[in-house]
Design a protein around this ligand. Structure first.
Ligand code: ADP
Ligand code: MG
Length: 326
């Protein structure tokens, strides 16, 4: 069966500056990943690591510099506008900021109905019935339809965004930090909603997050990005319990440990900001912040290698959990 999403060797460069100051940012530098049907792949990494750019390219909202994207077995990058419209039925984007992403001049009904109007699904009465059904699905009362998005809280607005994204029954949702703008108390509700919807509708999620507690809860697999590249990938349990890349170890140690686990974890503090992708470090891009860096790391870029079945790491000196860090 085709994957819900497959990305092969994606590169995305942006020109920046002008004249003699002109240069290039390589926001995504050779990313490959796959999301199976009904599966959640979490994409994690610090701000600026290329997560959003990867996601935008995945849904053809940005044009890759090179590489291929496949959704449901169809190659996306060469699609005509007509094919792209039909792609929107398959795959939808949920944005981080539910305040900026909903048009304040439209009613909730118009917002949720718009994809049905654009794709001419059924007749007008059928579309209104579908809007009511979708609002119910995301836990909003029927009278929400007549109101304007600014009358709702952040969590409710994100529910409106999710209802709209589900209107055409897609198989893939790309969720770009969908709860990071929400109050912590509301985050869990929206996460639970997304997990319920996944079970009921066999949805695949590419789920971008920097909150590892959220990742532990929702993801089946995790891919860790650093400066445009995937540095570690594997089953979520495995990545959370036994990270092998020093960068992942540092990310995990910065995250609050789950209560009641009773495991003492040494805290590794990542110092400094990530380097700029305009002038990335030689060799392994993480060497400038890595406590294990040796000469090789400064000169040779480590390939992403499968160390254990389904668990790949791009590091010359992967952390050994049995002897290091307890
Ligand atoms: P993330 O989502 O992980 O925070 P992004 O994909 O937004 O990362 O950005 C990755 C890098 O690409 C950053 O250095 C960012 O400044 C740069 N970038 C992203 N979009 C653009 C753009 N449109 N023009 C120039 N640089 C960009
Ligand atoms: Mg982002």
């Amino acid at each position: 069966m085709d994957d819900a999403l497959r990305i092969d060797d994606l590169v995305k460069e942006y020109p920046i500056g002008s004249g003699r100051r002109r240069s290039i940012v390589r926001a995504v530098d050779g990313v490959s990943l796959r999301v199976r049907r009904g599966e959640t792949l979490a994409l994690v990494g610090e701000s600026g690591s290329g997560k959003t750019t990867t996601a935008l390219c995945a849904l053809a909202l940005e044009r890759p510099t090179s590489g291929e994207v496949w959704i449901d077995g169809r190659e996306v990058t060469g699609m005509s506008p007509k094919e792209l419209r039909s792609l929107r039925r398959q795959a939808q984007y949920i944005f981080q900021d539910p305040f900026a992403s909903l048009n304040p001049r439209m009613s909730v009904r118009e917002i949720v109905r718009e994809p049905l109007d654009i794709h001419r699904v059924g007749d007008s009465a059928g579309r209104d019935a579908r809007v009511a059904e979708l609002l119910g699905l995301v836990g909003l009362a029927g009278d929400a339809a007549a109101r304007s998005p600014h009358q709702f809280s952040g969590g409710q607005r994100q529910r409106i965004g999710i209802a709209r994204a589900l209107a055409l029954s897609p198989g893939l949702l790309v969720c770009d930090e969908p709860v990071s703008a929400l109050d912590v108390s509301v985050q869990a509700q929206v996460i639970n909603l997304l997990m319920d919807l996944q079970d009921e509708h066999d949805l695949a999620y590419l789920f971008i997050a920097h909150d590892l507690a959220v990742v532990r809860q929702i993801a089946h697999r995790v891919a860790v990005m650093y400066l445009g590249r995937i540095v570690e990938e594997g089953a979520a349990d495995e990545i959370c319990a036994k990270p092998r890349h020093p960068y992942t170890v540092a990310l995990m140690s910065a995250a609050p440990a789950r209560p009641g686990r009773g495991v003492h974890r040494e805290r590794i503090v990542l110092t400094g900001d990530p380097p700029s992708p305009i002038d990335p470090p030689s060799g392994c891009a993480f060497h400038t912040r890595c406590w294990k860096a040796a000469d090789t790391c400064r000169t040779v870029r480590p390939p992403l290698i499968e160390l254990d079945p389904g668990h790949a790491v791009a590091c010359h000196f992967p952390v050994r959990r049995d002897t290091e860090l307890g």
